[in-house]
Design a protein around this ligand. Structure first.
Ligand code: PAF
Length: 285
């Protein structure tokens, strides 16, 4: 695996691969890789012949009081893991390579509506930062296919919409959430949990599953399910931001007969803010 830091070096390598007829699969990341990221590379391997991963902690998607400065950065370990997973090219740019005029003055891409709900309500500007950097990375890497994890479900929906609206020639593939044995979704931010919080953290997935079971059993009292999930997390010691039942395709509030749903939550345990979701298909009406 080769590591490059400039846009021109990425373009040179990828264009040569394209000329030889190879299909390019891309996995954008913010580094500090874990088994969840490795599963994205494995998914990429099923969809392409050459594999590119980026490691870039994107300042534009962090709010002023968020953890940009302290976000865990482990570039040497990431490089080792990507090479072992069969990645061909790792792109690890400096902030100035991506935002030569500073991230605050850079042109932006926004998906209105979808970016302002759920996570967007609690992290204003977050999805604008995500869609901007992903659009830039797509222009730099020019992949045929890009892989995103379902753990960040709203991010996946926002990116699919951005790609469709901007007519970007990239196929978006999603990969299932990877979980620890007790159900906790893998995340770089899990390392902010204390030992006591780590024991409580799997309740987030258990609470989502309980809500999904009610829905699958035919319960269409969405508001009651949302309130029940929120309260149950509060009673366990979380400070939830939201617990929501939405249509999987576009995150709109579902009608009673909607079938493809997702239950999403974000909840804090002191320093750590965890997000997770469960997708489900309800039996036909
Ligand atoms: O999911 C992430 O790690 C980031 O939001 C992404 C897609 C790499 C953009 O910075």
């Amino acid at each position: 695996m080769e590591t490059v830091t400039t846009i021109s070096a990425v373009r040179e390598r990828v264009r040569a691969w394209h000329r030889s007829g190879a299909r390019i699969a891309f996995v954008p990341t913010m580094g500090n890789l874990h088994a969840g990221h490795v599963s994205l590379i494995e998914a990429a391997r099923r969809h392409g012949e050459r594999f590119v991963a980026s490691i870039f902690v994107n300042p534009m998607q962090f709010g002023p009081n968020e953890d940009f400065a302290h976000y865990p950065r482990t570039p040497r370990e990431d490089e080792r893991m990507l090479a072992a997973a069969g990645c061909d090219l790792m792109f690890m740019p400096e902030v100035t390579e991506i935002y030569p005029h500073g991230s605050e003055r850079a042109a932006r891409v926004e998906v209105p509506g979808l970016s302002r709900i759920l996570e967007g309500e609690f992290r204003p500007g977050h999805f604008e930062g995500v869609s901007t950097v992903v659009a830039k990375l797509f222009h730099i890497v020019e992949p045929d296919v890009a892989v995103f994890g379902e753990k960040d479900f709203q991010q996946l929906v926002v990116i699919r919409r951005m790609v469709a609206d901007l007519c970007l020639p990239v196929e978006i593939v999603s990969a299932p959430t990877v979980r620890d044995a007790d159900g906790l979704a893998m995340s770089s931010r899990n390392q902010y949990l204390t030992a006591a919080e780590r024991r409580i953290a799997p309740r987030i997935y258990a609470t989502l599953q309980a809500a999904a079971q009610r829905l699958q059993g035919g319960d269409a009292e969405f508001t009651s399910i949302e309130r029940g999930g929120f309260k149950s997390l509060e009673d366990t010691g979380f400070r939830p931001d939201y617990f929501a039942v939405r249509r999987a395709a576009d995150l709109a509030p579902p009608a009673a007969e909607a079938r493809a749903l997702v239950v999403l939550t974000a909840a804090r345990l002191s320093r750590a803010r965890l997000i997770d979701n469960v997708q489900l298909t309800r039996p036909g009406a």
